[in-house]
Design a protein around this ligand. Structure first.
Ligand code: PLP
Length: 367
């Protein structure tokens, strides 16, 4: 590489402005750092944006999923249907409740396969966890019909799906939703999460669970944990949420640019009719034998391309290992054929051009 090589383009780049800096300073100077009015303001703002009647902030997305499962009564002896192609947190949160994740293969758009889910139902299945992977929502009308017909609950893992909607449903408003505000998410608080629900009773249960089962000072009506968000996190989040719609528009515009400009070997993601994709990730499909070479070609050219996820969760040592691969053919195929490209709102027009040029040059390595 010569000294004129431009800086690498990162796969994620949180925007932190003076507004976030001032917000954090304000909280530090207030002396109130643990859950308080900033958390309440953050919950209110997110509820308005996500059309979620009740929002309960937590320490991170994993604890939000854990809380969602807990308030639906998922616990020891229960099973929860979880897609094989997701971040391990989806499965780990089930284990945290004492229940067992039962992994399900994926279908189109890398989303949970409801036919495989039906095949994996047992009399212990208590819930299904559609994951709105990469910012594209699962068809929640179909997921709800599935859950209703089997008498089970829904937890939506919406960690990657801020502002996503499909067929008039907003992410996190069909089942109990769980969003992440981890540092690389579409809006972030460093670490952070929220639970969303349309039920006031479930929201109250979530508020108790995140705060040791307390209803008032030192009155513990049930057991709970400390899963609270700090005022520092929430103050950052309030500022981030002011720009979330604008960032999402930018992500979608960047994705449209890639759809129109990437070389043929990079198959663009398709979006089902009626879905508003928020492009937490822009995910292309490439021929399996070429994936690693193309990825290297991109990285050699300073593009922070990545693979989410290189190993389906049930094939991880913690969840069964490689011998499970025959049971999840679509998840395994996805893990070998996808590349995630930077799509975040901080990309300049010249960054977008650089990504397309790098992709084009990388394909020339194979033709
Ligand atoms: C699909 C998915 N589920 C769950 C999580 C967990 O969120 P967190 O990292 O905030 O605990 C993440 C994010 O990391 C995620 O991408």
């Amino acid at each position: 590489m010569t000294e004129t090589t431009p800086d690498p383009i990162a796969i994620a780049a949180p925007e932190i402005t003076e507004a976030e800096e001032q917000a954090v300073l304000r909280v530090l100077r207030s002396g109130r750092l643990a859950q308080g009015p900033e958390v309440a303001a953050f919950e209110k703002s997110f509820g308005a944006l996500q059309r979620a009647p009740h929002v309960v902030a937590t320490s991170n997305g994993t604890t939000a999923i854990h809380t969602a499962l807990h308030i639906l009564g998922v616990g020891a002896g229960d099973e929860v249907l979880v897609p094989a192609f997701t971040f391990a947190a989806s499965g780990n949160a089930v284990i945290a409740t004492g229940a067992t994740p039962v992994f399900v293969d994926i279908a189109d758009h890398w989303l949970i396969d409801l036919d495989d889910a039906a095949a994996k139902m047992t009399d212990r299945t208590k819930a299904i966890m559609p994951v709105h992977l990469y910012g594209l929502m699962v068809d929640m009308g179909a997921a709800q019909a599935f859950a209703d017909s089997h008498g089970i609950s829904i937890v939506e893992d919406a960690a990657q799906a801020h502002l996503a909607r499909r067929d008039g449903r907003w992410a996190g408003t069909t089942g109990v939703g769980a969003f992440s505000f981890y540092a690389t998410k579409n809006a972030m608080t460093g670490e952070g999460g929220v639970v969303t629900t349309t039920s006031e009773d479930l929201a109250d249960a979530a508020r108790r669970f995140r705060n040791h089962g307390m209803t008032s000072r030192y009155t513990h009506v049930e057991w709970g944990l400390n899963l609270r968000m700090t005022e520092l996190q929430a103050a950052i989040g309030v500022e981030q949420l002011k720009r979330l719609e604008q960032w999402t528009n930018r992500r979608r515009a960047n994705a449209s640019f890639f759809d129109a400009s990437l070389p043929e070997l990079f198959e663009s993601p398709t979006v089902p009719d009626g879905a508003y994709h928020v492009y937490h990730q822009y995910t292309v499909t490439v021929p399996p034998g070429l994936r690693d070479g193309l990825l290297e070609g991109l990285r050699d050219r300073g593009i922070g391309a990545d693979v989410y996820y290189p190993t389906p969760v049930p094939l991880q040592p913690a969840f069964g290992g490689p011998e499970a691969s025959d049971r999840f053919p679509n998840a395994v195929a996805a893990s070998k054929t996808i590349i995630n490209l930077p799509v975040h709102p901080q990309l300049s027009d010249s960054d977008l051009d650089r990504i397309v040029t790098a992709a084009t040059e990388a394909t020339h390595l194979f033709s």
